[in-house]
Design a binder for this molecule. Structure first.
Ligand SMILES: Cc1cc2nc3c(=O)[nH]c(=O)nc-3n(C[C@H](O)[C@H](O)[C@H](O)COP(=O)(O)OP(=O)(O)OC[C@H]3O[C@@H](n4cnc5c(N)ncnc54)[C@H](O)[C@@H]3O)c2cc1C
Ligand code: SF4
Ligand code: SF4
Length: 468
């Protein structure tokens, strides 16, 4: 599909096919300022044309888009970036890596306010204080109820510290990348795997970004959520989702394991008294997360688990014994020698409590994300192909080798991710209405899960099946 002038751009090739994740990189490199990043009606960021028209033959936005079929993918870009690094290793799951660690920052507020062990914040701060960069671009809470989080440029450790914690809410980079393009300096930026890919693609075509962006840090990502996720959790906690004013993800409770974290909300509509609350993972958040409610469609077609193009990737230590310690542990996968030097520096010894973690353990900590992004994705690709829907080129096969019951469960979740935003809107963001309208999808999924559990039990009872 082309736009009115017959020109192909991200709006015709990516947004129109519901594959935009809203990273914002296209808008920052458009020489005619023809693109901006706006929320669509489903609370997801999307690129939007603003009518300045594209330059003849210009395809810069497509060249940087992580969901357009460019000739480079995570394998080819990863090879260009890291294959020559001394001591580099590779696994198909993680991409390149030099070393991997588990632990936490001893600097109290890092761990206390961090999602897990605060190692991402420690690294960003250390890059600043050791004068390896002048600025850090990370995600900060924002005072606008329509946009509760945003990317921000920080140049003090205190500012970086205020950006701790994960943000399960849409954010976009167009403003910070435009800032980097117009202000000289050395920058580090942190992002989800698809954002890291877009930034690497942009660095490839833009010499200024290549000169200025010194470090790209990444987070493991199972999926992003639209604004509706935070609204839903607010409603679940008794708040008014129409007047959500503030959200803090990853609240730690000393009486719960690290995996049972909470989301704190404040909702205020001016007429009723403001309402605050915390909803924990086991109090309804896990089902909405795991069953892929409010997950942008692009995430259904993402095969990068470990931010393969980042200089270092950070993730939760979802492994025993770390997962039971509510104070949190981060796993860190390093691909850049400068970052390895940073943590192996004697100065860092006091600040960090870390130890080596074998790569097999790193992989084991993300086994469910690897399943989603390397196995379940094949089923989604095959399903969409059958339905005639466009999907991006991926590194995995379109042929699903999973058992029929597993494939049914994946399809069921795909339907939930695609239908839940519309239903949330149509139900006026009222929980009861939402549950009623979603009941068929929910019941189908519950039934499939029950049957799968039953089949698993039967298989475990009959040794002849287990040996197959
Ligand atoms: C959407 C999302 C999905 C995730 N999925 C998984 C998962 O499935 N498994 C897993 O192990 N880990 C996942 N993570 C990563 C995990 O939540 C922690 O961020 C990671 O363990 C680092 O913890 P930390 O305490 O070291 O980080 P902190 O010290 O808390 O620092 C986190 C840093 O990340 C930045 N940041 C937060 N959110 C975003 C964002 N959306 N985009 C860019 N930068 C951001 C913050 O500004 C801060 O600088 C996910 C994170 C996000 C945002
Ligand atoms: S570059 Fe990012 S914002 Fe632009 S179309 Fe692609 S995914 Fe969307
Ligand atoms: S799942 Fe993939 S596409 Fe979705 S936000 Fe995470 S990295 Fe991006």
């Amino acid at each position: 599909m082309n736009n009115i002038t017959g020109h192909k751009n991200v709006c015709t090739e990516v947004v129109a096919k519901n594959l935009c994740i809203g990273c914002g990189v296209c808008a920052s490199v458009c020489p005619r300022e023809n693109l901006k990043i706006e929320f669509n009606s489903f609370g997801e960021y999307n690129a939007l044309e603003i009518g300045n028209s594209c330059g003849e033959k210009c395809d810069l936005c497509l060249k940087v888009c992580p969901f357009y079929n460019n000739k480079d993918n995570e394998d080819t870009l990863g090879k260009k970036l890291f294959a020559e690094t001394p001591g580099i290793k590779h696994t198909p799951e993680t991409g390149y890596y030099i070393d991997s660690f588990v632990g936490y920052s001893n600097i109290k507020s890092h761990r206390e306010n961090g999602s897990s062990g605060g190692l991402a914040t420690w690294t960003l701060e250390k890059l600043l204080t050791d004068n390896l960069v002048d600025y850090v671009a990370c995600v900060s809470p924002n005072n606008d109820p329509e946009k509760l989080f945003k990317f921000k440029i920080c140049n003090t450790p205190e500012e970086v510290r205020e950006c701790s914690r994960s943000c399960y809410y849409p954010v976009e980079t167009s403003e910070v990348i435009k800032h980097i393009l117009s202000h000289d300096g050395r920058y580090a930026i942190i992002g989800l795997p698809c954002f890291c890919k877009a930034i690497r693609l942009a660095i490839q075509i833009n010499p200024k970004l290549k000169r200025r962006i010194k470090f790209v840090l990444g987070l493991v990502c199972s999926q992003l959520k639209s604004k509706f996720f935070a609204e839903y959790i607010c409603a679940l906690g008794g708040g008014d989702p129409h007047y959500l004013k503030q959200v803090t993800f990853r609240i730690k409770d000393p009486n719960r394991p690290a995996s049972d974290f909470g989301m704190k909300f404040v909702s205020e509509n001016g007429m009723n008294p403001s309402r605050e609350g915390v909803v924990f993972w086991t109090e309804g958040m896990s089902r909405i997360w795991c069953d892929r409610y409010f997950t942008p469609n692009a995430c259904n077609f993402c095969d990068d688990v470990f931010a393969e193009l980042a200089d270092a990737c950070f993730m939760d230590a979802w492994l025993s014994p770390y997962r039971n310690d509510n104070r949190g542990h981060t796993i860190m996968l390093i691909r850049n020698k400068d970052l390895l030097d940073l943590i192996e520096n004697p100065d860092s010894e006091k600040a960090l409590q870390i130890s080596h973690l074998p790569i097999e353990q790193v992989i084991r900590s993300q086994i469910s994300v690897i399943f989603e992004k390397r196995k379940a994705i094949s089923e989604r690709l095959a399903h969409c192909d059958k339905e005639g829907l466009t999907t991006p080129a991926k590194r995995v096969s379109q042929k699903s080798k999973l058992r029929y019951d597993s494939r049914l469960e994946i399809r069921s979740r795909l339907i939930i991710s695609q239908s839940s935003p519309d239903i949330w809107l149509k139900c006026g963001k009222k929980l009861k209405e939402f549950y009623r309208t979603m009941r068929l999808s929910r019941a189908t999924l519950v039934l499939i899960k029950w049957c799968r559990g039953f089949i698993k039990k039967i298989i475990s009872w009959v040794p002849i099946f287990t040996s197959r």
